[in-house]
Ligand binder design. Structure first.
Ligand code: GLN
Length: 281
C-alpha cells in the first residue's frame, strides 16, 4: 500500500473527528518523518515491515489507547515531555495554570515554587524553564511518575527543579514557598466520563478525588498556608464547574486576592489566592 491509500484507509478505520490528524501522526512516528515529508512522498509504497509496524500502532489506537501513550510523548507549553501510563497526560487546559503562575512571578524573580502531584513534571518544568531564577520543588505520591518527571527534567537540561516523593505535603520538611501550584485529581468518582476516551488509560489516582471530586483540593487548601511565605500564592486547576466551590474553600482558609483564570474554551479552570500574612506565620 502507498502512503496516500494507507492514510485514507486509516482515517475510515479510526472514524473520529481527529482521524486525519491521528492517521498522519501514527505514520510519521513509524517512518520517523515529518508532515512535509509525508506530503512529498504520498505515492511512495510502504515496505511490508513498515506497514506491519504501522498496523501494530493502529491496532493499539483502535483499542482506545491514547495517542500520547502510543507515541510516549506529549508537548506541553512548548516542551516535549515523556508520558507513560503512570502519569496523567499533560493537557492544554493546564497551560492556563502555568500562564497564571508566570504572570504572577516576575521574569527575573528569585523565588521558591512547589508543585504538588507533578506527574510528568509538566507544570514544574514549564515554570523552571521560563523562570530560570526560580527554584522549583515538585512532589508526587507515585514513584513511577517521579521517574518520568526526572527523566523529563534531564532531557530538557533543567537544573532548577528537583523531585521528591511526597503524598501532598506529607514528606516535606518545614519550609515556605512563594507559590504553590497543583493540578490535583478533581473528577467525581462516579463521573460517567471516566469510562470514555483517554482517561480510561490514565491512573485513577491522578483523576478522581472523592464523591464531589474536591477531596484533594480541600486537603491542599487546608494545609497550604503552613508552607507559604507571607503573601505567597496558591494556584489550583479544577473542574469546569468547581470554580465557586474552590473560591469558597480559599475564602474559608483566609486566602485573599482570590481570582480565576480561563482556559481556551473560556471556562474558569484555575482559581488562585494569596495567603493572608496573619495565617502563614
Ligand atoms: N482535566 C482532566 C479531565 O477532565 C482531569 C485532570 C485532573 O483530574 N487533574 O480529563
Amino acid at each position: 500500500m502507498n502512503i496516500k491509500t494507507t492514510l485514507a484507509d486509516t482515517i475510515s478505520k479510526l472514524g473520529s473527528a481527529e482521524a486525519t490528524l491521528e492517521a498522519r501522526i501514527l505514520l510519521q512516528q513509524v517512518l520517523n518523518v515529518n508532515h512535509a515529508w509525508l506530503i512529498a512522498h504520498a505515492d511512495d509504497t510502504l515496505t511490508p515491515e513498515q506497514y506491519a509496524a504501522f498496523d501494530a500502532l493502529l491496532q493499539r489506537r483502535l483499542n482506545g489507547e491514547p495517542i500520547a501513550h502510543i507515541l510516549g510523548e506529549r508537548e506541553f507549553f512548548g516542551l516535549p515531555l515523556k508520558v507513560t501510563a503512570d502519569t496523567l497526560i499533560p493537557r492544554p487546559d493546564t497551560e492556563t495554570l502555568v500562564e497564571q503562575a508566570l504572570q504572577t512571578i516576575p521574569e527575573q524573580a528569585v523565588c521558591q515554587v512547589l508543585d504538588l502531584g507533578t506527574g510528568t513534571g509538566a507544570i514544574a518544568l514549564a515554570i523552571a524553564k521560563y523562570r530560570p531564577q526560580a527554584t522549583v520543588t515538585a512532589v508526587d505520591a507515585s514513584k513511577a511518575a517521579l521517574a518520568v518527571a526526572t527523566e523529563n527534567a534531564n532531557n530538557l537540561g533543567l537544573n532548577n527543579v528537583s523531585f521528591q516523593y511526597s503524598d501532598w505535603f506529607s514528606q516535606l520538611q518545614v519550609q515556605r514557598f512563594d507559590m504553590i501550584v497543583s493540578n490535583p485529581p478533581y473528577i467525581a468518582e462516579n463521573d460517567p466520563h471516566l469510562s470514555q476516551g483517554d482517561v480510561r488509560f490514565e491512573p485513577k489516582s491522578a483523576l478522581t478525588s472523592g464523591a464531589d471530586g474536591l477531596d484533594d483540593i480541600r486537603h491542599i487548601v487546608s494545609h497550604a498556608a503552613h508552607y507559604l511565605k507571607p503573601n505567597g500564592w496558591l494556584l489550583l486547576e479544577h473542574g469546569y464547574d468547581q470554580a465557586q466551590a474552590v473560591a469558597e474553600l480559599l475564602t474559608q482558609a483566609n486566602f485573599t486576592h482570590i481570582g480565576h483564570a480561563l482556559d481556551l474554551a473560556g471556562i474558569q479552570r484555575v482559581t488562585f489566592g494569596m495567603v493572608s500574612p496573619m495565617i502563614s506565620t
